[in-house]
Design a protein around this ligand. Structure first.
Ligand code: ADP
Ligand code: MG
Length: 339
């Protein structure tokens, strides 16, 4: 009898405890899911109450972003309509485009969302990439700076195509954040290609992320970044490229001032900040700008960066008081100083 009473008391206590500290915490589970969207692999690791439900909402949102908003090839997307003559956009796309115009201005044109025709010309992500002629490059670069946005009306000069390749994955991280922020007892590591969102409802919880070795294989890393909740995006010259018959390598991040793959002093740059679209856009911009010219831009957007130079130095803007820390784990690299 005493045993039964004790068992009942324990059960009551468990229920009370569950109510007090949150039932979702007691019934916390983990889910890992992978899907293909936005021309890349999306992986979701979610721990929390009913994580499958959260993952389902996130997957639906990512599909929406791809097929209804940002895709350049899907005929149902707003961007597709915009590139094919429509001038009015939704509030969501208008807000994003206005922010991107500002990043274009702040980066001195290093980030430019209007390089769609240039990407098509090089065809780096296709089966038939080629080095275009100077005349072809001049023709597609002619009006890229002239696209503009006023309220919900977008002006795109003839021949110019907008392309969200450098920012869509980071923007998807922001949309995911909109779904998980405010949920109790949740922890998420979500990667959309090279943009990663790490978030925990425990603000002090830290995550360890490997920074890819630009000279190694896809799973090799050369440093570990330890950070609390944030968005982390990497742009590198190893991601998508082709080689011509002479062995020259042409990658997919273009310098809008030349129309050629950016030839700065780095092989990759990782940008850490609170907003995914900013970390993604800035990683592309900083790749074009190189270490020194990136610093004012990073400061303006309150972002930190880790550059891996083409002489194997890892240069970080992180300093002692920051919540993120960096540890070099590969002896082929050494920590360099900001000049
Ligand atoms: P990834 O797509 O590998 O994550 P990025 O975020 O750096 O890498 O984006 C590169 C893509 O962005 C290219 O494939 C192209 O579509 C587009 N792009 C290339 N150069 C620029 C640039 N200077 N500014 C904006 N978009 C660019
Ligand atoms: Mg980017």
């Amino acid at each position: 009898m005493k045993k039964k009473l004790l068992a009942a008391a324990v059960a009551v206590c468990a229920v009370v405890l569950a109510v007090v500290i949150g039932a979702d915490f007691l019934f916390s589970k983990e889910t890992n899911e992978v899907l293909l969207s936005m021309n890349t692999t999306v992986s979701l690791d979610i721990t929390g109450y009913k994580p499958e439900q959260t993952a389902k909402e996130i997957k639906e949102e990512i599909m929406r972003l791809d097929t209804e908003l940002l895709s350049r090839t899907s005929a149902s997307s707003e961007l597709y309509a915009l590139n094919n003559g429509k001038a009015q956009v939704s509030d969501e796309l208008a807000t994003l485009l206005a922010e991107l115009k500002q990043i274009e201005i702040d980066s001195d044109g290093a980030f430019c969302v209007a390089l769609g025709a240039l990407s098509d010309l090089w065809g780096i992500n296709t089966d038939n990439p080629k080095v275009p002629t100077q005349a072809e490059i001049d023709a597609v670069l002619k009006n890229t700076k002239d696209w503009s946005i006023d309220g919900n009306t977008v002006y795109i000069p003839k021949g110019v195509k907008l392309d969200m390749g450098a920012v869509g994955k980071g923007y998807a991280c922001d949309s995911m954040m909109g779904i998980i922020y405010g949920l109790n007892h949740i922890k998420t590591v979500a990667a959309v290609g090279g943009s990663v969102l790490v978030y925990s409802s425990e603000p002090k919880e830290t995550f360890r992320l490997g920074i890819r070795d630009p000279l190694g294989q896809a799973t090799d890393y050369c440093a570990i970044l330890e950070t609390t909740g944030s968005c982390v995006s990497t742009s590198g010259n190893y991601e998508r490229f082709f080689e011509d018959e002479k062995g020259n390598r042409y990658h997919h991040i273009f310098d809008p001032s030349t129309g050629y793959p950016a030839d700065s002093d780095i092989n990759s740059v990782t940008v850490i900040t609170q907003y995914g679209y900013i970390s993604d856009a800035l990683s592309t911009a900083c790749f074009v700008l190189g270490v020194e010219k990136s610093l004012p831009l990073l400061e303006k957007y309150n972002a930190e960066a880790i550059f891996i130079t083409n002489n194997n130095e890892i240069i970080s803007t992180l300093s002692d008081g920051d919540s993120a820390t960096l540890t070099v784990t590969n002896n082929n690299y050494k920590l360099g100083e900001l000049r």
